[in-house]
Ligand binder design. Structure first.
Ligand code: FAD
Length: 365
């Protein structure tokens, strides 16, 4: 008999398994995929660390989490400076003095503020959707070139039909600073993310290509407690309705050239181009064969029963359904729901680790 059955070898499940094993508990980890690491998984292609489920940049302000993750792998001094491509012209992100110079040829921060103010409108109108919200924050040029098409592809809806609540803040930086994140700590694991999971799960029994729902009665009998990190609505057989997720499709090609686009991530912000990003994996950590590069196009998709659920859609309707599932899960004293899908939260990696460590601290061991 195991103390814990952990469904999902992503970061939530793996941190849980690691910490509980350290405290003398017997854990079994299962995952329906044929690899560990969940969405953080990186595979090696011609020596290049390929982010199979989209580009992952580790960043956090929390020193404890940064020190924690650094115990399992070494990080490089990566700083995320992505570039946007709109109709063939390139712009730096996030919106900063480089971007404004590229848009308008303006070098004076005060003139940038005047320009944005002039385009924002007078602020007297009632804001009812994302389009109006974005224009009221950054003006029409930035909205048209860098926000509109990208957001519409991401959500599969017109910005004028999306709720304004999606955009709460649109920071405008009046300095020449392309660092996307404001966090104190940022980096890329030098050997890829999978090494973190190899180290977290050392000495722990892991069964891959094993779906909990293929025989949940059997799995439930194996352990005293279950930690479930899959979609919460699936766990309860959708009894309160299906939760919505956004999904993605990845088209990956190996090219026989050294360098395709000169940067790890290029965002495509025009709605004419169906993908949102092009990822060239080798530029994250400069590993791999010089004569080859691996390039992935990322296409946003509406989530269906047959697609991978990547992003929870935390609108009012879905959050209401989620609360019903959450309430029910809290009544099950032998089940812990965790992670991005179990908690139905748009968590980044550091937040998932924090959530797992917090839950572990509440377990009576
Ligand atoms: P997951 O990684 O989804 O792991 C859950 C695991 O459970 C999966 O392996 C799944 O196969 C398994 N599972 C599900 N159901 C079953 C079942 N029935 N039986 C057995 N196994 C099951 N975060 C950042 O901090 N920075 C970034 O730059 C960043 N970029 C991202 C880009 C993309 C495209 C995506 C999708 C996410 C990104 N994230 C990023 C978020 C990050 O991936 C997540 O926060 C984190 O990986 C979630 O970990 P998790 O353990 O909760 O879930």
């Amino acid at each position: 008999m195991y103390d814990y059955l952990i469904v999902g070898a992503g970061i939530y499940g793996s941190v849980f398994a690691h910490e509980l094993t350290k405290r003398g508990k017997k854990c079994l980890v299962i995952d329906k995929r044929n690899h560990i690491g969940g969405n953080m998984y990186t595979g090696r292609v011609h020596g290049i660390n390929v982010h199979k489920y989209g580009p992952h940049i580790f960043h956090t302000n929390d020193e404890k989490i940064w020190n924690y993750i650094n115990k399992f792998t070494a990080f490089n001094q990566f700083v995320y400076n992505p570039v946007a491509n709109y109709e063939g012209r390139l712009y730096n992100l996030p919106f900063n003095m480089h971007t404004f110079y590229q848009l308008w040829g303006i070098k004076d921060p005060n003139l940038v503020l005047d320009k944005i103010k002039e385009q924002k409108g007078n602020g007297n109108n009632i804001i009812s959707n994302l389009e109006e919200q974005a224009i009221s924050m950054v003006g029409s040029d930035i909205y048209e070139v860098l926000i509109k098409g990208y957001t519409e592809k991401q959500w599969g809806k017109k910005c004028s039909e999306l709720p304004k609540s999606i955009i709460k803040r649109l920071p405008v930086r009046l300095t020449f600073n392309n660092n996307y994140f404001n966090d104190k700590f940022q980096g890329m694991p030098t050997n890829g993310y999978t090494e973190i999971f190899i180290n977290l799960l050392k000495g722990i029994e892991v069964r891959l290509a094993t779906d909990y729902f293929s025989d949940s009665d059997y799995f439930n009998c194996l352990a005293r407690k279950i930690v479930y990190t899959g979609p919460i609505d699936r766990f309860f057989d959708y009894k309160y309705g299906k939760l919505e997720y956004r999904s993605l499709e990845f088209e990956t090609n190996v090219l026989n050239i050294n360098n395709y686009q000169g940067i790890y991530v290029m965002n495509y912000t025009s709605s004419e181009i169906p993908y949102t990003r092009v990822i060239e994996h080798k530029h994250f950590d400069n590993h791999g064969d010089e004569n080859v590069t691996v390039v992935t196009k990322e296409y946003p998709k509406t989530g269906t029963i047959n697609t991978e659920p990547y992003y929870p859609v935390n609108d009012e309707k879905n959050n209401k359904i989620f609360l019903q599932y959450k309430k029910e899960s809290e009544m099950l004293h032998n089940v812990i729901m965790g992670g991005r899908l179990g908690e139905y939260k748009y968590y980044d990696m550091h937040q998932v680790i924090a959530s797992a460590l917090n839950m572990i601290s509440k377990e009576s061991l």
